[in-house]
Structures are given as structure tokens and as C-alpha cells.
Design a protein around this ligand. Structure first.
Ligand SMILES: [Zn+2]
Length: 175
């Protein structure tokens, strides 16, 4: 890990404006993430077998570094990046449950993940939401905030949104 950390820092600094790690770490944002289940990708630190391949972009020179693993992003020591990685981790958890045919419940979500879905514009306009995708976002948020378990009818609606909007979004992340 010590050696990998050296490669990570050198690479980040090379593509940053600053020549100092402590400053360079402030220049980057998470752009997106793709999923490689064959785990053929190699992190910019040299670590092999990457499944969740993030790309990060420099705010000042627009350089993009790809692929970078979540553990290397956490090396930046920034809370905002840690939060974003956490949101993606929830998303991957939902994906894994879906492929394992496990029941996905509203508790697998979080307010931040729902906000992420809304920001990413993933909700499909369809006749069920009266062609207003915001209805789906509000509904999931309401279900998340509700203390009691969803009724059967509500759970069916949750499942429909997962299948119609969330799973297609996850699938387009797969390379
Ligand atoms: Zn790495």
C-alpha cells in the first residue's frame, strides 16, 4: 500500500495545477463511475482488479483521471468525496441485491441517494407518474421518511420505480 500511495500521489500531482499533494487533493471532483464485473481495470495507483471504476476531474484544468478506485479517492481525505463514495456504495449494494434477486427495501436507500437519483435525472416519465418524474422522486422520499413499513401497494410501486428507472441507470454504468 505504501508504494501504491506513492504512485497515486505522483499521478494526481502530475495532472493537478499544484505540485503539492496537500493542495492538489482540493482540485478534484468525482465525475462518474462505471462498473467492470470482469475486474480487468487497473487503478491509477497500479492496483489491479478494479470493479468500481471512478473518474475524477480537475476543477481548474479539466484533466480527467480514470480509473480510480474508491479506496484511493478516500486517500484524498476529503469529507465531500467520502460522502459521494458512500452514495455510490449504496447504489452498488442495491445493484448486488437486484442481481442476487434479493428484496430491495426502501431502507436500502438514503436521502442523499434519492437526491443523487434526482440530480442524475434518472426517473422515467411514464403514465404511472403522470409523465412527471418528480412524482417518483417525491414518492420514494415520502416512503423513506415514513416511519411505518410500506403497504403492499406502496411496495409494488417502489419495485416498479426500481425496475423502470433505477436498474436501467445502473445497467448503463456497466462496461
Ligand atoms: Zn488505487
Amino acid at each position: 500500500m505504501g508504494k501504491d500511495l506513492g504512485i497515486l500521489r505522483e499521478t494526481v500531482i502530475e495532472f493537478s495545477e499544484s505540485d503539492y499533494w496537500e493542495e492538489a487533493i482540493a482540485e478534484w471532483d468525482i465525475l462518474d463511475c462505471s462498473i467492470d464485473d470482469r475486474m480487468k481495470e487497473i487503478c491509477i495507483c497500479g492496483h489491479e482488479g478494479l470493479r468500481y471504476c471512478f473518474s475524477i476531474q480537475n476543477r481548474y484544468n479539466n484533466n480527467i483521471l480514470y480509473p480510480i478506485g474508491s479506496s484511493c479517492i478516500l486517500q484524498f481525505g476529503r469529507n465531500d468525496l467520502k460522502q459521494t463514495v458512500g452514495i455510490y456504495t449504496q447504489l452498488f449494494h442495491i445493484r448486488t441485491k437486484y442481481y442476487n434477486s434479493e428484496k430491495i427495501t426502501i431502507k436500502d436507500f438514503s436521502r442523499k441517494l434519492l437526491q443523487f437519483f434526482w440530480d442524475e435525472d434518472i426517473f422515467e416519465a411514464n403514465r404511472y407518474n403522470h409523465f412527471n418524474p418528480e412524482n417518483d422522486y417525491s414518492f420514494l422520499l415520502q416512503m423513506f421518511n415514513q416511519r411505518s413499513e410500506p403497504t403492499n401497494r406502496q411496495q409494488l410501486k417502489i419495485n416498479a420505480i426500481i425496475v423502470n428507472s433505477i436498474i436501467p441507470y445502473i445497467q448503463q454504468m456497466e462496461s
